[in-house]
Write a protein that binds this ligand. Structure first.
Ligand SMILES: [Zn+2]
Length: 133
């Protein structure tokens, strides 16, 4: 539980090539209805809401989850390179429906690598805000 777990969920989405879901989630927590953002980004409101719920559960707070999405999703979309598409893992050729758990279990070093990059970018952003205040 906690910020690492929440960020890992978001990073895995990008690794499996579902940046559209992250984009939809970002616009949803910024105030738009889940149906509208889902339609616009070619996903479903159920997928967007379930990701939002899983983040709430991991962080224990809706407002913290929303803040984390607003700050971290733009970073993740920029720095994390997808390694899977259409249910195929490009790192090892495995196919299947549960690539997020496959990547977490079999390619955890890569996930941790991106986790540390995203956290350091977040830290820079927070420090920059503190300086400009
Ligand atoms: Zn793989």
């Amino acid at each position: 539980m906690g910020i690492n777990d929440a960020l890992t969920l978001l990073i895995l989405r990008q690794l499996v090539g579902e940046s559209n879901v992250l984009q939809a989630l970002l616009e949803h927590v910024s105030g738009e209805g889940s149906s509208d953002v889902a339609n616009r980004h070619g996903t479903t409101k159920y997928i967007v809401r379930s990701l939002r719920t899983r983040l709430y559960e991991r962080l224990g707070s809706p407002s913290l989850a929303e803040e984390l999405v607003i700050y971290s999703v733009p970073i993740i979309l920029k720095v994390v390179e997808p390694v899977a598409s259409k249910n195929v893992c490009k790192l090892c050729g495995r196919t299947g429906l549960y690539l997020e758990s496959h990547i977490l279990n079999s390619h955890r070093d890569l996930v941790n690598h991106y986790l540390s990059i995203v956290k350091s970018e977040l830290k820079k952003m927070i420090e920059a805000r503190a300086v400009n205040r």
